[in-house]
Design a protein around this ligand. Structure first.
Ligand SMILES: Cc1cc2nc3c(=O)[nH]c(=O)nc-3n(C[C@H](O)[C@H](O)[C@H](O)COP(=O)(O)OP(=O)(O)OC[C@H]3O[C@@H](n4cnc5c(N)ncnc54)[C@H](O)[C@@H]3O)c2cc1C
Ligand code: SF4
Length: 489
C-alpha cells in the first residue's frame, strides 16, 4: 500500500492551467508541469482498497493501486512497466480521458478522489524522458510463425490493435486514408489538448517495432476489398464512426454552416503546417460570430479553436438542461455522473446556453448564414418540447455542428467486404470481435459507435487478441474487455 495515512494527510492536487490570456495566444497544451515530489504525495493518497473500484471504472483495467504504490516508493520505472501492461498509450489517456476511474475511486465516496489521471500522465512523460519506452520487437520465432494482417484506420483502436499484433509476430500493415496516421487524435482533437509530438513519438515506437503504415490509401477504393482479402490472412477494421449527425431544419444548407469534423481537421492541419503561428484555414472563426450546436467534447474543441483563431463571439448551444453541480442521487458512486464541468476551453470564453433547440437558420442575399432561430425546450414524453413564446434569434456568421456521429460509413470497404451492420449503424461483431465475414474483425468506434479513446484502446487490444487466436490457434495477448462491456451504471 502507498502512504497508509496519505488519504487523510494530503489534499488532492491537480496541475494548474496556464493563464487564459496567454494560452489563447498559442496552441500549446493548457496544463502546467507538475513536480515529481508532489506527484508522489498524490499517489500516496491511494488506499489500496480490497476491491479497487477504479479498476472497474477504467475500461483498460489499469492496475492503478499498483502504480500508485510504486510511484510513492519512487520506483517510477517499474510503475511505467505496470502502466504499459494494460495500456499501450498512456500519454493519450493521461491527457484526454474523462477518467471514469476517478469517479469510481473509493476515496471519492466521502472525499476528493485520488488524482489517478495525473499520476498516469506523469509516469509516462517521465518514462519517455528517461528512455524507458524502447521498441518491443517480436522474437525471431514469433516472426517466423507470424501471418499477414491489415488494420484499416489509424486512430487509437487501430494503433492499439496494430501494436499488439506486431509484438505477437505478425506482419501488420495499417492503411489510413488521411495523409498521416492518428485518426481523431491527429485531425479531431486540437493541439492544445494533445500536442501532436506526443502522437508522433509513439508512432516512432510502432514503426521501430515493425508496424508498417500506408497513408493516403482509402481501403475499399484505392485497395479493393477483394485485394485486401487476397493479400492478408486477417483484417481488423478500425475506421471509426465518421458519419456526422445532421440538423434537418430550414436553412441548414446555407454557406457558413459546417460540421465540426470539417472545421477541426482544417485547423489542425493549419497548426501542423504553421507551427505556433498557423495561417487561417479555409474555414476560420477569425472575426466571426460563431455558434456551436452541441455541448459535448467536440463542441468544446470547436470553442477553444475558435477563440484561438480570434472569433468575435462564441455561443455554444445544448439541448439538455444545465447539469447539476454535484452527483445527483440517480447517478451514485461509482458511476460516471453527468455533472456541470468546466473544460479548459470553457474557461477561456464563450457563452453556454442550455435547454434550447434550433428551429431554423436565416441567410443574407448571398445565401450566407446570418442568424439562427432557437427556442427554449423542456422535457416531455417524446423527448423535448418547445416552450411557446421563447423563440429568439442569435446573430452568427459561422455555425459549427457538433451533435455527434451516427455510425460507420457504409462505403466501398464495408459493402465490398459484405460485413453485416447492427441496428445502430455499427459493424456487427460476435463476442470475439469477429464480423460476419471470417477473418475480419472490428474494433473501436466502428463497432462500438461514438465513444472514447480509452474504450478504443481497450477494443484494439481485445480485437488483436481475438485475431491472434484466429491466426495462431492460441494467444498470449490479453483482451481488456468484451465487445458488450459498458461503463459502470
Ligand atoms: C473532436 C473530437 C474530440 C474528441 N475528444 C475526445 C477526448 O478528449 N477524449 C476522449 O476520450 N475521446 C474523445 N473523442 C472521441 C475519440 O476521439 C474516439 O472515440 C476515438 O478516436 C475512436 O478511435 P477509433 O480508432 O475507433 O477511430 P478514429 O479515431 O475515428 O480513427 C479512424 C480512422 O480510420 C480512418 N479510416 C476510415 N475509413 C477508412 C478507409 N476506408 N481506409 C483507410 N482509413 C480509413 C479514418 O481516416 C481515421 O483516421 C473525441 C472525438 C472527436 C470527434
Ligand atoms: S485510462 Fe482513463 S479510466 Fe483508465 S486509469 Fe487512465 S484516466 Fe483512469
Amino acid at each position: 500500500m502507498a502512504d497508509p495515512r496519505g488519504f487523510m494527510t494530503t489534499p488532492r492536487q491537480t496541475p494548474l492551467r496556464r493563464p487564459v490570456d496567454i494560452r489563447i495566444q498559442d496552441w500549446r497544451e493548457v496544463y502546467t508541469d507538475f513536480g515529481h515530489a508532489e506527484l508522489e504525495r498524490q499517489a500516496g493518497r491511494c488506499m489500496d482498497c480490497g476491491i479497487p473500484f477504479c479498476h472497474g471504472g477504467c475500461p483498460l483495467g489499469n492496475l492503478i493501486p499498483e502504480w500508485n504504490d510504486l510511484v510513492w516508493r519512487h520506483d517510477w520505472r517499474e510503475a511505467a512497466e505496470r502502466l504499459h501492461a494494460t495500456n499501450n498509450f498512456p500519454e493519450f489517456t493521461g491527457r484526454l480521458c474523462p477518467a471514469p476511474c476517478e469517479t469510481a475511486c473509493v476515496l471519492g465516496i466521502n472525499a476528493e478522489p485520488v488524482a489517478i489521471k495525473q499520476v498516469e500522465v506523469e509516469i509516462i512523460d517521465r518514462a519517455w524522458a528517461e528512455g524507458w519506452v524502447p521498441p518491443q520487437r517480436p522474437s525471431a520465432a514469433a516472426l517466423a510463425a507470424g501471418r499477414k494482417v491489415a488494420v484499416i484506420g489509424s486512430g487509437p483502436a487501430g494503433l492499439a490493435a496494430a501494436q499488439q499484433l506486431t509484438r505477437a509476430g505478425h506482419a501488420v500493415t495499417v492503411y489510413e486514408r488521411a495523409e498521416s496516421p492518428g485518426g481523431l487524435l491527429r485531425y479531431g482533437i486540437p493541439e492544445f489538448k494533445l500536442e501532436k509530438r506526443q502522437l508522433d513519438r509513439r508512432l516512432g515506437q510502432l514503426r521501430a517495432e515493425g508496424t508498417m503504415f500506408r497513408c493516403g490509401v482509402s481501403a475499399g477504393l484505392d485497395l479493393t476489398a477483394e485485394e485486401l482479402r487476397a493479400s492478408f490472412d486477417a483484417i481488423v477494421l478500425a475506421g471509426g464512426a465518421t458519419v456526422p449527425r445532421g440538423l434537418p431544419v430550414p436553412g441548414a444548407d446555407l454557406d457558413g454552416i459546417h460540421q465540426a469534423m470539417e472545421y477541426l481537421p482544417m485547423s489542425n492541419r493549419a497548426v501542423a503546417a504553421g507551427g505556433g503561428r498557423p495561417a487561417d484555414p479555409a474555414i476560420s472563426a477569425r472575426g466571426r460570430d460563431v455558434v456551436i450546436i452541441g455541448g459535448g467534447d467536440t463542441g468544446a474543441d470547436c470553442l477553444g479553436t475558435a477563440l484561438r483563431q480570434g472569433a468575435a463571439s462564441v455561443t455554444q448551444l445544448e439541448i439538455m438542461p444545465r447539469p447539476p453541480a454535484r452527483r445527483p442521487g440517480s447517478q451514485p458512486w461509482p458511476t460516471y455522473p453527468m455533472i456541470y464541468r468546466v473544460s479548459g476551453a470553457h474557461e477561456e470564453g464563450g457563452e453556454r446556453v442550455y435547454a434550447v433547440s434550433t428551429l431554423a437558420f436565416e441567410g443574407d442575399e448571398a445565401d450566407r448564414v446570418r442568424a439562427l432561430r432557437l427556442v427554449e425546450v423542456g422535457p416531455s414524453d417524446t423527448g423535448f418540447s418547445p416552450k411557446k413564446g421563447t423563440e429568439r434569434d442569435i446573430q452568427c456568421d459561422l455555425v459549427l455542428l457538433a451533435m455527434g456521429f451516427t455510425g460507420a460509413e457504409r462505403g466501398d470497404l464495408l459493402t465490398g467486404l459484405g460485413v453485416q451492420m447492427d441496428a445502430r449503424g455499427n459493424v456487427a461483431r460476435d463476442s470475439s470481435y469477429a464480423t460476419s465475414v471470417p477473418g475480419v474483425f472490428v474494433a473501436g468506434d466502428m463497432g462500438r459507435g461514438q465513444s472514447l479513446i480509452v474504450w478504443a484502446i481497450a477494443e484494439g487490444r481485445s480485437a488483436a487478441a481475438a485475431a491472434d487466436q484466429y491466426l495462431s490457434g492460441e494467444t498470449m495477448l490479453t483482451a481488456a474487455i468484451a465487445p458488450t462491456a459498458a461503463p459502470l451504471r
